[in-house]
Design a protein around this ligand. Sequence first.
Ligand code: ZN
Length: 209
Amino acid sequence: MKVLVLSPHTDDAELGCGGTIIKLLEEGHEIFWVTFSTAEDSLPEGLPKDTLKVEFLNVTRDLDLRTENCKVFDFKVRNLHQYRQDILEDLIKTRNQYNPDIVIGPSLNDLHQDHQVVAHEMVRAFKTTSSVICYELPWNHVTFNTQCFNKLNEHQVERKCKILTNYRSQFIKGKPYFSKEFIYGLAKTRGIQCSSEYAEAFEVVRWMV
Ligand SMILES: [Zn+2]
C-alpha cells in the first residue's frame, strides 16, 4: 500500500500518527511524506534557521525512509493561507506522480490556521482518488471524531517517543505534548476505546474500498 503523510509543520505527523507510520513501515507499506513549513520563525532564539528541517530529516533517517520519499517545503509558518494555491497544486502533482492508496493529514476540525489550510487542500486534491484520514492533535481541537483506530503495541509507542526526541528544539521550548507521559496517556486512552493496549485515532473523510 502507498501511504501519503501530510505535515503542515515538521513535527505534526509524528505527534499525530507517529505510531501508525512506524507500524505501516514495519508491515512493509511505503510512506511518502510531505512537510509544508519548517517553522523557522518559531524556533527558540540562537538556534540555526534550519533546525526543524534537520530534526525532521533525522526522524526520516531513524525510520529508514528514502530521501526521495520525503519532501520539505519552507512556507512561512502561520502564513500557509497565502500559499493555498501553491499547496493545492503541489498536492495535485504529488497525487498524479505518486497515486497514494491512503492519505493521512491534519483534521478539518484542527483549529491551527496552517493545519486548516493543509486539511482543506488535502480533501480538495484527494477526495475522489484516495482514502483520506486525519490525525489527532488534541491541543488544537474542540471536537475530534474518533471514527478509525489503528491499534499499536508498546514497542510502537516507545518508538514513537524515541523518534520525537529528535525534536530537541521543541523540548527546549517545553512543549508538554512531547512528554512521554502524554504520548502514552493518549495512546492508552485510544487503545481502551478499541480493546487494544494502545492506539491512535483518526477521523475518516473518505474511505475507498
Ligand atoms: Zn503544526
